[in-house]
Structures are given as C-alpha cells and as structure tokens.
Design a protein around this ligand. Structure first.
Ligand SMILES: *Cc1c(COP(=O)(O)O)cnc(C)c1O
Length: 389
C-alpha cells in the first residue's frame, strides 16, 4: 500500500513545534544576540526548576554527547580507566567514554526492564574501574538503589545517561539527580527539543563551574559577561576546552518545549498505554510497565518481533510498516554488534545475549504528542494486521 494524501506518512519522532517557539526564535533573531546569552540562562533556570535543583547545578551544552564527554573530562577520567555501561544504548554513550580517554566495559541488560543488569555489575569491576554510566532506556529508570550501592562500595562515579529520561523518577527523585552527573538530550526526536542541545546536571556546583569553562574553549569568562555593562573584561584560557555551548536560538525552542513537557508526557503516556492494551494479545513482546516507585518518561514504545513467534522478521515488519506509511525506529542494535567496537575491544554479540536478541528483534513505534487519535488507530490497526496469525 502506497500512502497518499488521505493517509500522510507518519514520521517517526517528528518534533512538536508550536507558534510560541517560532515567535521566540524570531524575537531572538531580532534581539541582536543569537549565541549563548540570556535565553540560555533562562532555559537553565527553568530546567533546574523542573528538576528541583539549584541553578548552579546545571549547564546547557549543545548535545547530550557533549554533556557526557565534558562530565567525564571534568570528573578527571583518564587513559586506562574503565567505565561500565550497558550494551543496549546509542553509540554516543560509548563514544563519549572513548573520547574521554577511558575504556568502555559493557554489561548485558535485564530482559524485562532492558536496563543494565545490576546482578552482573560487580563481576565486571576491576582495579581500573572508575565509573558507571547507566542509561534509563526508553525512559524506564535503572535500578538506582543497587547502582548507587555498588558505586559507593567500589568508589565509582555515576554518570546517568538521561537522553530518554527527562521526566523519569526513581522513588520520587528525578533521574539525573541520583548520580554525580545527569546528562540530557534535546535532539529533534527527544522529549524536549532544541534541535541539537543537551544539559549537564551535577550534584556539585564546583563541577558545573568547571564544565562551563571546559564547554567554552576553556575560557574563564563567557562571551556574554565579557560584554556586559561593567566594562571590558579579559578572558583567560585555563584549559584546552571544547566548543560545546548552547545558543540562544536553541534555548528559544527549549524554553517553550519545557513548558509543555508535562502535557506532552501525559499524551505520550496515553498512547503508550493504548499500545499496551491493543498489543497485549499479539505474539510480539511488549515493554515492561513501570513499578509503583518508578515514573516512566515514555520516550520509546518498543515491540519485540521474534520471527519464531510472529512469523515475520523484524526487518520485514519494518518494511510492511513503511509501506503502510508509518515510520518506525530501531533502538538499538547492541553495541557489541557494531564493527568498530568489535575490532577495538573484541566485543562479541554472543557475550551479551540478551542485548543481542533484543537488538535483533526490537522496533520502536511512533510516540509523539502530535499524533492524534486517528493516527494512533492507524498504527494499532496496521500492527495488528501485520502480526495477526
Ligand atoms: C540521543 C542519545 C544520546 C545522544 O544525544 P545527542 O543530544 O544527540 O548527543 C546519548 N545517549 C542516548 C541513550 C541517546 O538516546
């Protein structure tokens, strides 16, 4: 079936942009200041309020990848250090560890939660282990009590990859505030969008000071305060820093996206729960429900298509969905299935059997707040028709 104008293609992860964002972008362009300035400061303040932390505990950057990297540099990771992370994540998690000079060490996932299997954490620890990077996959929180206990016993840093987890909570605490650092993404497909963008949340304000310097060339004063009213101030280069700052043009989107965060979360939850109801009797695997002490961010809705149960392969399922005009995603093939890491670290898919099996079978359905009920119907009908025996 080819989609026509009565059934427009549903783009996977399409951003939900309203007039407030468009007006703010135009106002930013007219303001004469489009780089890092007052709107970034506003966005940081608003984000800190959402996360119930001090404004001195957050730093806006230009991606979650940058947030992860600069956190690891600020924390002093160095060559030879080992960092534990999950085999079921986006490559940026591992790449940030590598660029910090450290070595990623993979841990397989729990088959139910799809998060790092905390029962395998301790057996991967060596005298060189310095940090754990848990990823709250799809928005479901990791077992943070266990992770923080292992970290405390072994004197490890915890850097939470919160790219899926802006709204996630664990026992009433916001994701990103449990570890030493939380790193957030505002990429186009994420729950809050700035185009490209990210945020570091740190327990320690001193770390945020360091991160702000490292994220802007290693300069000790940022450009905005240099040109403030109280006269010219010379900057000093105190580190070989990076170009990781967020622009006001990006923050202009984020300020308004953040105001609709809760409303968008409620709509995604509604769609997610609808999928759970409709797909419960299909031969595909459905994601785990959050337990009472968890708040799910509902970033992804993943189905697991095992050809032996479903009579169709995951990749054929994707083709059938595309033919029906519905864009889907794959999050993710296991890191141990990627050739660069296989060559460099000798990772083998069979050593991470749960991640590998999930990576071979998983498909993510559209879950954006801009989907209307008719879209959701079309998606559930199409999935049900493809998977009907
Ligand atoms: C998207 C994503 C990242 C990278 O975020 P960017 O803002 O695009 O750099 C990192 N980790 C995970 C788990 C992601 O999904």
């Amino acid at each position: 079936m080819v989609s026509d104008k009565d059934t427009p293609f549903i783009v996977f992860g399409a951003p939900d942009i309203h007039n407030e964002e468009i007006d703010e972008i135009v106002a930013t362009l007219h303001s004469g200041w489009i780089g890092t300035g007052p709107r970034v400061a506003q966005f940081e303040q608003d984000f800190a309020a959402v996360k119930a932390v001090g404004q001195d505990q957050v730093a806006a950057v230009n991606s979650c990848t940058a947030a992860l990297h600069v956190s690891m540099i600020a924390a002093g990771l160095k060559p030879g250090d080992e960092v534990l992370t999950t085999a079921m994540t986006f490559c940026a998690t591992a790449n940030a560890i590598i660029h910090a000079g450290a070595t990623p060490v993979l841990v397989d996932i729990d088959p139910l939660t799809l998060n790092i299997d905390t029962t395998q954490l301790e057996q991967r620890i060596t005298p060189r282990t310095r940090a754990i990077v848990p990823v709250h996959f799809a928005g479901l929180p990791c077992e943070m009590d266990r992770i923080m206990a292992v970290a405390a016993t072994n004197n490890l840093l915890v850097i939470e990859d919160c790219a899926h987890a802006i709204e996630t909570q664990w026992r009433g605490q916001h994701a990103g505030t449990l570890g030493d650092f939380g790193c957030f993404s505002f990429y186009v497909t994420k729950n809050v969008v700035t185009g490209e963008g990210g945020m570091v949340l740190a327990r320690s304000p001193e770390m945020i000071d360091r991160i702000k310097v490292l994220a802007l060339h290693g300069m000790s004063k940022d450009a905005w305060s240099r040109f403030s009213d109280d006269g010219y101030k010379h900057y000093e280069v105190v580190a070989a820093g990076f170009k990781y700052n967020m622009m006001d043009l990006q923050a202009a989107l984020g300020i308004h996206q953040l105001r609709r965060m809760e409303q968008n979360w409620l709509r995604r939850r509604e769609i997610w729960q609808r999928y759970q109801q409709v797909f419960a009797d299909l031969p595909a695997g459905c994601p785990a429900e959050p337990e009472d002490h968890m708040r799910h961010a509902y970033h992804l809705y993943t189905l697991s298509i095992d050809e032996r149960d479903c009579g169709i392969s995951r990749d054929s399922f994707i083709d059938r969905m595309s033919d029906a005009g519905i864009g889907v995603g794959v999050h993710y093939r296991s890191l141990a299935q990627q050739p660069y890491y296989q060559e460099r670290f000798n990772w083998r898919p069979e050593d991470f059997p749960v991640s590998t099996a999930f990576g071979n079978n998983t498909v993510s359905l559209p879950l954006g707040p801009s989907l209307d009920d008719a879209d959701v119907h079309r998606i559930t009908d199409t999935v049900s028709a493809i998977l009907a025996k």
